[in-house]
Design a protein around this ligand. Structure first.
Ligand code: AMP
Ligand code: TRP
Length: 330
């Protein structure tokens, strides 16, 4: 069976962009692939985190994976720092990655421009840890949103370089980026992507927002000039709202346009709030449905199953690189 691997960071509040760009596809693909879904807390600490908040968010994100339809009987759900092989392989891959490759990453360039002298080393080497995550499991396919495309290309380059220099070791993964929903935009600024780290809380609908908050955020959402409700690249705000509606209501674009023909923006916003609330209600109930003991059991079993595979890959990598210990000498 082919494998998929993906992950999200336990920082900020996970939103409908994360769901539509990533988690939704994880749940859909899990029956066709052997699936690994990781809570990437080592990626989270590339920027300072409050330890208590990070610990709480890590468990909350595990609950939201489950609530999004990831079935722990079928898929492996685990916490990145529980499997130390990730950090160990990341070190090794750091040594075959060029600094210039990392400095070219747009996410690094954005963060470095904002933080200048104080930008951490982890922000630079972040994509190498991501490559380690993926390559440890001999992953075939990585379902992610559009913003991870460049990191995936680097992962492929690193895998190919290792295979060429040390012999065939890693499977070279393909990205899976959905045609619709890979880049949901902010409700307050349709030129920016919906983001967990946005200071403006009105830009994103989070998976844990209550009914009133959802209505309020959609009501305030920025729209374009004009009145027609149809998909149109030159009108990014309305197109973004229609894309969210299309995916949550599970309709084709033509059906959505027909449905809103002759209606105004207020109707679009109000119906969008309705479908979002209908989608979030059962999801939030499922998230609350897991008690702590059950969550521990799921994450423990995930760690064990993941680590068995990660260890085997890491052993092979170390042998190929001449990283032998006492046992090999005996
Ligand atoms: P992150 O929040 O950065 O951990 O992202 C988790 C997943 O959500 C990744 O696969 C991202 O590519 C995806 N994602 C993040 N923001 C968006 C967005 N605005 N639209 C679609 N997908 C997104
Ligand atoms: N960098 C990804 C993000 O910010 C999260 C991530 C870490 C990831 N490791 C991964 C995604 C491995 C896919 C596969 O969204």
């Amino acid at each position: 069976m082919k494998r998929i691997f993906s992950g999200a960071q336990p920082t900020g509040n996970i939103h409908i962009g994360n769901y539509l760009g990533a988690l939704r596809n994880w749940a859909a693909l899990q029956h066709e692939y052997e699936s690994f879904f990781c809570i990437v807390n080592l990626h989270a600490i590339t920027i300072p985190q409050d330890p208590q908040v990070l610990a709480r968010k890590t468990r909350e994100l595990a609950r939201l994976y489950l609530a999004s339809g990831i079935d722990p009987q079928v898929s492996i759900i685990f916490i990145q720092s529980d499997v130390p092989e990730h950090a160990e392989l990341a070190w090794i891959l750091n040594c075959i990655t060029r600094k210039s490759e990392l400095e070219r990453m747009t996410q690094f360039k954005d963060k470095a421009a904002k933080q200048r002298e104080s930008v951490g080393t982890g922000v630079l080497t972040y994509p190498v840890l991501m490559a380690a995550d993926i390559l440890l499991y001999q992953t075939d396919l990585v379902p992610v949103g559009h913003d991870q495309k460049q990191h995936l290309e680097l992962t492929r380059d690193i895998a190919e370089r290792f295979n060429r220099d040390y012999g065939q070791t890693f499977r070279v993964p393909d990205p899976y980026i959905p045609k619709v929903g890979a880049r949901i935009q902010s409700l307050s600024d349709p030129a920016k992507k919906m983001s967990k780290s946005d200071e403006d809380a009105n830009g994103a609908i989070t998976l844990l927002d209550d009914t009133d908050t959802v209505r309020r955020k959609f009501k305030r959402a920025v729209t374009d000039s004009g009145t027609e409700i149809r998909f149109d690249e030159t009108r990014p705000a309305i197109t973004n709202l229609l894309t969210i509606y299309q995916l949550l209501a599970d309709k084709q674009p033509a059906e959505v346009e027909a449905h809103f023909a002759g209606k105004g923006y207020a109707a679009l916003k109000s119906e969008l709030a309705d479908v979002t609330i209908e989608f979030l209600r059962p999801l939030q109930a499922r998230a609350r449905g897991y008690d702590d003991a059950e969550l521990d059991r799921i994450l423990d079993s995930g760690r064990e199953r993941a680590q068995a595979i990660a260890r085997a890959t890491l052993e092979e990598v170390k042998a190929r690189m001449g990283l032998v210990g006492v046992q090999a000498k005996a």
